[in-house]
Design a protein around this ligand. Structure first.
Ligand code: SF4
Ligand code: SF4
Length: 66
């Protein structure tokens, strides 16, 4: 079953790659090397990426929001 929460990357991502290294699901890649891209089907909303992001641009949202 899909989790209720998932991560969303804001526009001000600096493409540092920190979030990729901590995701237990391998749900994040750097799209074109300019912005983190999260596969919301794989994401379980654990929040590790948000805690790690030095730019503070990852939000954990409820599915059905935004
Ligand atoms: S919330 Fe967890 S599972 Fe989802 S992208 Fe971030 S680290 Fe990966
Ligand atoms: S840690 Fe934050 S700034 Fe770095 S790639 Fe991930 S979302 Fe972008």
């Amino acid at each position: 079953m899909q989790s209720k929460r998932y991560a969303s990357v804001g526009a001000r991502c600096v493409a540092c790659g920190c979030c990729l290294k901590v995701c237990p699901m391998g749900a994040i890649d750097l799209k074109y090397g300019v912005k983190a891209n999260i596969d919301v089907q794989k994401c379980v909303g654990c929040g590790r990426c948000a805690n790690e992001c030095p730019a503070g641009v990852i939000e954990i949202l409820q599915r059905g929001e935004k």
